[in-house]
Design a protein around this ligand. Sequence first.
Ligand code: ZN
Length: 314
Amino acid sequence: MADTRMIERSALTGFAGYPLDRKADWRDQGTDFAEMFADPRLMVAVVAGEIPILNRSGPALGVWHTPQAAAAMGPAQERVFLGLDGEAPRAALRLAPELAEPLKANTSLLVLDLRSIAVQGLVPPGDLACLGAGKALTDWHARHGFCARCGQGTQAKAGGWKRVCEGCSTEHFPRTDPVTIMLAVRGDKCLLARQSRFPAGMHSCLAGFLEPGETIEDAVRRETFEEAGIRVGRVRYLASQPWPFPSSLMIGCLAEALNDDIVLDQAELEAGRWFTREECIAMLEHRHPDALTAPVPVAIANTLLRAWLDGEGF
Ligand SMILES: [Zn+2]
């Protein structure tokens, strides 16, 4: 197994490696983003609701379409400026969700959910990062048409990086929800568990949303005890991952387990136990005798597991 100790592990996760220059400084400088959207070099990523529309008119599957090709798919409900690729602007457009189904008939397009695109590695990592960000951001716009403070309508501004209330002028910014995901380890074993919705045999790390007032370490300790009855001592951050379902940041940690006796939260998990290093390697290599598997490489749970197998610990 490759030695990844000297690599920034976050960069190994799916949806990481955003390759564009976001030009965040333009957002407060009165930049005319309409000019960017009219630039002849503009290329756009397209989602219908939450479903990406890939371009298969070229030799390889692509995320990017010309604005003309996108316009032929239907009217854009939301559009956001993603940044510059060199000098060429890149944007994301959101079409109405109901357009996904009829667009499947177009043989120059591939209409497929984002998880499947990521898991199957259908597009290059940088393009996947753009597609994930574009989906998360356009989805935020679609769900924030009204001011949370006064209830009046809001308008997208700054190329899609904020919304401003027409009534009280409050500015609303795209949100990211932090989630802790942790590999609990004890001696030469780690704790993996499964939810009933997982693919058959797959076991993964425990995870849960941070709550107001918690540190990352607090959330790791609370979630590990709630879901598995395991008390956690030390917590080490290892890596993070943008997770656009709908707009989370996964914060990956190693957790030092202090007891052995697992008590699963049956409402959340259908199975879970301690796994040896040998078992984990067999799961990653798809040769476990009981056909148990580990999470796919685009998932940060895979990154955490490999980090522990590489020698990370306490
Ligand atoms: Zn308002």
